[in-house]
Write a protein that binds this ligand. Structure first.
Ligand code: UD1
Length: 432
């Protein structure tokens, strides 16, 4: 088992380049098999979730060629299976996008129920409601979701909540349905827009993505395309908070500053300086940050995927802060780990009350999920002494070369095998 070992206390400084958005890429890869022609996807992040999805689409017969680390050429012309039940697919939540994609293209799909991060119950009733409204018959049997339709016909769908997954999944299927589909109360996240833009580049007719009403006029088929994925808002936000937590000075490059506004606003409120450029942001913190209140909300609100990271920083900030999680019910499991590092945080229901302490101290902690894992790394980078973060396989689902990028900013952080005592000793000797 691999783990990160970190010697905290160094101010991060320099430049870091952000990769493509994982959550956009997941939708886009599923969409890419909806044409028989070849598509080229650029700016793909090289992270575990993406590699699992690529493997899954290869297993059902699509041709996948990794042109380079961040580019894949995909050809869905020879898909021979519409049933996906490999065990590995359960590891990623977004496997459900293959239902929308296959149902749209072949009018039938069978995919193992998704897994992903354990951050609370994650129903898919809105996805199913959407597929049924388009005329599909949907069943859950033997751990599989099965969707079948004679034909898909456009429909008017009102989502009960602005679900990212349901919006993208319904958009995928409706792209190849007959007639017009209207999704009301649709999610407005940047990755919803990116998937819509990609589908449109393949000949789809989707309007309104990024607003709460999306209109899709079904087309009979899609064609090949070359498309570059938008930068990852959450990876960028994570480095912004790491910079602020360590009283650093970091320029986060290859971002869309507009997508980071909610994160930037909080950092400024807490006392950091954030300078925006065309495609980068610079975060400078010269003193201990202050307290704030934050509630996670759908875009353009403060993202739930940045909730653990802000909590980690507030744990070291002056005063009492309140963080309310309104999207997922069980997203504070990492708080016990921060407490091991000396944080003073009390969780009541979906609210964390944080009494900022002057300093965190290094400890052995374990990542309970992807973003919480990133938050523990931030805490470790700022803490006094050594921190070991275990279960980093969660972190690697969504961050490419996390330790390497942190090291380029001056962090003392390495990925080592937990059994490799020699490597651990060597690291400790090196960093003192
Ligand atoms: C996506 C992101 C995830 C992010 C989340 C919220 C991907 C692969 N994952 O997850 O990183 O944290 O958006 O920004 O893009 N819900 C239902 N029924 C449904 C669907 C959702 O009740 O059918 C609820 C969920 O339980 C949750 C809320 O709606 O409380 C939002 O979920 P949703 O936006 O769908 O999240 P995901 O697409 O799973």
């Amino acid at each position: 088992m691999e783990q990160y070992i970190i010697k905290g206390g160094k101010a991060l400084a320099g430049e870091v380049t952000i990769g493509g958005a994982k959550n956009a890429a997941l939708g886009i890869l599923a969409a890419s098999i909806m044409t028989d022609e070849t598509v080229v996807i650029e700016n793909l992040p090289d992270v575990r979730d993406i590699n699992v999805l690529l493997q899954a689409i290869e297993e059902i017969g699509a041709k996948v060629e990794r042109v380079d680390r961040h580019t894949a050429k995909i050809s869905g012309g020879q898909i021979s299976l519409v049933s996906i039940e490999y065990d590995f697919i359960r590891k990623i939540r977004a496997s459900y996008y293959l239902i929308g994609a296959l149902l749209g293209k072949y009018k039938t799909a069978e995919v193992a129920l998704p897994g992903g991060c354990n951050i609370g119950s994650r129903p898919i009733d809105q996805h199913i409601k959407g597929f049924e409204a388009l005329g599909a018959d949907v069943k859950i049997q033997h751990g599989m979701i099965q969707a079948n339709a004679k034909k898909l016909v456009g429909s008017h769908i009102y989502l009960d909540m602005a679900s990212v997954g349901a919006t993208i999944n319904i958009m995928l299927a409706a792209t190849l349905a007959e007639g017009q589909t209207i999704i009301e109360n649709s999610a407005k996240e940047p990755h919803v827009v990116d998937v819509a833009n990609f589908l449109n580049s393949m000949g789809a007719n989707i309007k309104g993505a990024g607003t709460d009403v999306i209109r899709i006029k079904g087309v009979s088929k899609l064609h090949g395309s070359t498309y570059s994925i938008i930068p990852d808002q959450i990876e960028a936000g994570t480095f912004m908070f790491a910079a602020a937590a360590t009283k650093g000075d970091v320029t986060v490059k290859n971002v869309i500053p507009k997508h980071l506004e909610a994160i930037t606003a909080k950092l400024v409120e807490m006392g950091a300086e954030v300078e925006e450029f065309d495609d980068s942001v610079r975060v400078v913190a010269t003193k201990r940050l202050g307290h704030t209140q934050v509630k996670t909300l759908p875009y353009p609100g403060y993202p739930t995927d940045m909730q653990p990271q802000i909590t980690a920083v507030l744990a070291m900030s002056e005063g009492t802060s309140i963080v309310t999680e309104s999207i997922f019910e069980n997203r504070f499991k990492y708080v016990d780990e921060l407490v091991k590092m000396g944080a003073s945080i009390k969780v009541e229901g979906n609210t964390a009350i944080i009494d900022g302490v002057k300093e965190l101290t290094g400890a052995i902690v374990s990542a309970p999920d992807l973003r919480a894992g990133a938050a523990l790394v931030i805490a470790g980078l700022a803490a006094e002494g050594f921190t070991v973060v275990e279960q980093i396989e969660y972190i690697e689902r969504g961050y490419e070369n996390f330790e390497g990028k942190m090291r380029e900013l001056g962090a003392s952080m390495e990925k080592v095998d937990a059994e490799d005592e020699k490597a651990i000793r060597k690291f400790k000797l090196k960093v003192g």
